[in-house]
Design a protein around this ligand. Sequence first.
Ligand SMILES: [Zn+2]
Length: 152
Amino acid sequence: MDRNLKECLEPGTLSRDGFLGTDPRPPAAIVAADAAELRRLGVAPAAAAGLLAAIARQAEAAQEREVSLYEGRISARLVEGRGRIPCPFGCGECAAKGLLAIRLADGRTLRTSPLGIHLLRAHGFLEGQGAPFRLAPADLQALLQAAAGTPG
Ligand SMILES: [Zn+2]
């Protein structure tokens, strides 16, 4: 199963750029390392995914304009793509294509997609190092802190 998963995560199978970036580790090792890092930072994956989904909903309502959220501490813009993309983990989820760009007041940026939010929520997968849509654990921590209004 894991070999099939790795193939699905590579460039050109489901997405042009793939999900692994320049990361040589097997997907299970990436998931395990990020889970440990999220625990160390005190970030609950479900909370991070829930916040990203809430931001995506509000950005979607703005119809591709940038929206200012959480008293200006978070800006977000969702650009919708055409069609849907199946989850590379083969769980049956088929997510709308789109790019969610998030900017924090400190200049930090996060890039993800409806599929990326699903990958975090359902599989604990933040994508490999160097992947264009990787969600770094420290960035998720900063995002949650920005939403809560607590200094980092
Ligand atoms: Zn899935």
